[in-house]
Design a protein around this ligand. Structure first.
Ligand code: HEM
Length: 410
């Protein structure tokens, strides 16, 4: 990284932006917080603009349907075509369809439902640590951060765990399409993944239909609200989303979170000695370096933001508005000394790492519980935990995560 401040531009292809977007966010927020990329796209970096956009009923999430992308945008054309061919996931739906689906699936993810998984999660974490303890170290992503959320989501859905490697690969191909730099080749690869994943899940779901159990798939098969049910296509999209969300994001919360702690040993020590922080420390880790850096909305009517000199900036309906969650989470207007990690930060839970409004992360309680269990069991098991070598980051922007993190402990 250079020591000079970067220019106030949004450049997710730039290697320095990809390796550390925070100085770039700061430059934008300071000089051009409502940054126009072109006539139909803007990028927001202030907390209050991002919050308002995520919460506003005047914004849609269904980009394919509402974005006014120019005729020569081949990637957008292809996205539209794909979205017409299959059922959209809850993440991409707007009300009233979103409201209907969310009502049907909320039950399985309430804090109470998640709390029932805590004990099993502790066991999974302890098993993962036990397997490495004799070696005096582990590669955290492959040995802890991936297997634990994967086993938890598989247990919730009562899915077999024998194809973990393939599922992990498919998830990564699917989440590559969330990047602002998505290419036609990325979309092709995601289609290959989805064409393998769907028959695999279809078979399991069909068997489950005749053999209902105490799992989330069974609950979804029978879920009913006001006489309404999920159809097979909706159920499939939802299970795919759970898999992907369960695989990628929580993995990164554990990986990014542990790295942040190792780089701030005073904070690691603070948490290790203070169980009162167990419920809240994860929010500061989410704020500090969250696994999801941005999401998008499309205004359905003209929307006015305020520029750096108080000037009105009108964004047309159909524009793509990129909300930088990671930038909002470091906004000094809300967070004192935002670039410092402080696990006892009083307002950390106002971060937007899990979004806000109607699409607020459905798995929020689950992700918090998993990360808190994984990190506290690890840091309280060993007196000394240290980094070995240099961690590496996956070359992605939207889904931000360490992909190699080796530690030693005793
Ligand atoms: C630290 C881990 C996680 C992070 C940072 C995260 C982040 C997010 C964000 C930012 C959104 C909203 C996107 C938008 O508004 O455009 C979202 C939605 C969602 N998340 Fe998560 N997520 C995490 C873990 C999980 C887990 C473990 C699950 C479930 C197993 C999950 C399931 C979902 C679902 C179903 C939605 C769509 C909700 C809706 O559209 O109503 N997430 N997540």
């Amino acid at each position: 990284m250079t020591t000079d401040a970067p220019p106030p531009v949004w450049d997710p292809l730039h290697p320095e932006f990809r390796s550390d977007p925070y100085p770039w966010y700061e430059a934008l927020r300071t000089a051009d917080p409502v940054h126009r990329i072109d006539d139909y796209s803007v990028v927001l970096t202030r907390h209050d603009d991002v919050l308002r956009t995520l919460r506003g009923p005047e914004f849609a999430r269904d980009i394919e349907q509402h974005a006014a992308a120019p005729i020569n945008d081949l990637v957008m054309e292809r996205r539209r075509q794909r979205s017409e061919e299959r059922s959209k996931s809850i993440l991409n739906l707007d009300p009233p369809d979103h409201t209907r689906l969310r009502k049907l699936v909320t039950q399985a993810f309430t804090p109470k439902a998640v709390d029932q998984l805590r004990h099993a999660t502790e066991q999974m974490v302890d098993d993962a640590i036990d397997r490495a303890a004799g070696r005096g170290g582990m590669e955290v992503i492959d040995e802890l951060a991936f297997p634990v959320p994967f086993q938890v989501i598989s247990a919730m859905l009562d899915m077999p765990t024998d194809r973990a490697d393939e599922l992990r690969d498919w998830s990564q191909l699917l989440t590559a399409t969330l990047e602002p730099t998505t290419t036609l080749e990325d979309l092709d690869r995601a289609d290959v993944a989805i064409n393998e994943l769907i028959p695999y899940l279809f078979e399991i779901i069909e068997q489950r239909r005749h053999n209902l159990g105490n799992d989330v798939v069974s609950a979804l098969l029978t879920a009913e609200s006001e006489g309404d049910r999920l159809d097979m296509a909706e159920l499939m999209s939802f299970v795919v989303l759970l898999y992907v969300a369960g695989h990628e994001t929580t993995v990164n919360l554990i990986g990014n979170g542990l790295l942040a702690l190792l780089e701030h040993p005073d904070q690691l020590e603070l948490w290790r000695n203070d169980p009162a922080l167990d419920a809240s420390a994860v929010d500061e880790l989410l704020r500090f370096n969250g696994p999801v850096q941005n999401t998008v909305r499309v205004p359905l009517e003209p929307v006015t933001y305020t520029g750096i000199d108080g000037e009105p900036i009108v964004v047309d309906p159909g524009s793509i508005v990129t909300t930088c969650l990671g930038a909002a989470n470091r906004d000094p207007a809300l967070f004192d000394k935002p670039n410092e990690l402080r696990l006892d930060r009083p307002n950390a839970q106002r971060h937007l790492a899990l979004a806000s409004g109607i699409h607020y992360c459905l798995g929020a309680s689950l992700a918090r519980m998993e990360a808190s269990v994984a990190l506290t069991r690890l840091i309280r098991r060993f007196d000394r935990i240290e980094l070995v070598g240099t961690p590496t980051w996956r070359d992605r922007y939207t889904i931000r995560g360490v992909d190699y993190l080796e530690i030693e402990f005793n």
